[in-house]
Write a protein that binds this ligand. Sequence first.
Ligand SMILES: Cc1cc2nc3c(=O)[nH]c(=O)nc-3n(C[C@H](O)[C@H](O)[C@H](O)COP(=O)(O)O)c2cc1C
Length: 191
Amino acid sequence: MDRVVTEDIGAFYQHYPKVAVIVTAHAGGKDNAMAAAWHTSISLKPPLYGVAISPKRFTYQLITQSREFGVNFLPLAKAELLASVGGSKGSEIDKFHRFNIDRDKPLKTAVPILKAAYAAYECRLVDDRDYGDHRWLVGEIVAVHTLREVFTTEGTLDLEKVSPILYLGHERYLTTAKEVRYLDREVYGKQ
Ligand SMILES: Cc1cc2nc3c(=O)[nH]c(=O)nc-3n(C[C@H](O)[C@H](O)[C@H](O)COP(=O)(O)O)c2cc1C
């Protein structure tokens, strides 16, 4: 095997695929949505969720005004919608109108929750930091929306019922395999 080592970092797509989501925001009477692949949980108590958003995004402006954002998880069947909101600017069009996006009511914030989402978080902004060409936004999750029938009783995604959107980079989308391996860390940690 020929392992290449380089200082030429490029766009470093090596850590993909990533779950792609739609981040939503509302401020000044406007709703907006954008695609995001750079996001993660950070803390359970308090429940914190982070997303890297370029300050060039219209969504970023709305989030700084309202100090709220939504994170929407969609099935692969909705990947076209994700590509649509990730390829257009809320400063130029009303994406909810143009792409016929159906909304569900938020519980604790004013962020739009997407009807097409199998799960969504409503977050209140607690931190906004500058990291290179993106901002690292941290939100406290104040409400969780879930489509109960696509989750197991343990609360994990039931892959027989839903296929999450994964993003490989360069406009390529896929989903996970259905095979799930149960490897108890307590057992494996003692081997
Ligand atoms: C699959 C995908 C993932 C993306 N991930 C991010 C991301 O994590 N952070 C970001 O700032 N932009 C990301 N983008 C780009 C924004 O979604 C895009 O610039 C969008 O047009 C911004 O819309 P807005 O200006 O209305 O906020 C992604 C785009 C796609 C298609």
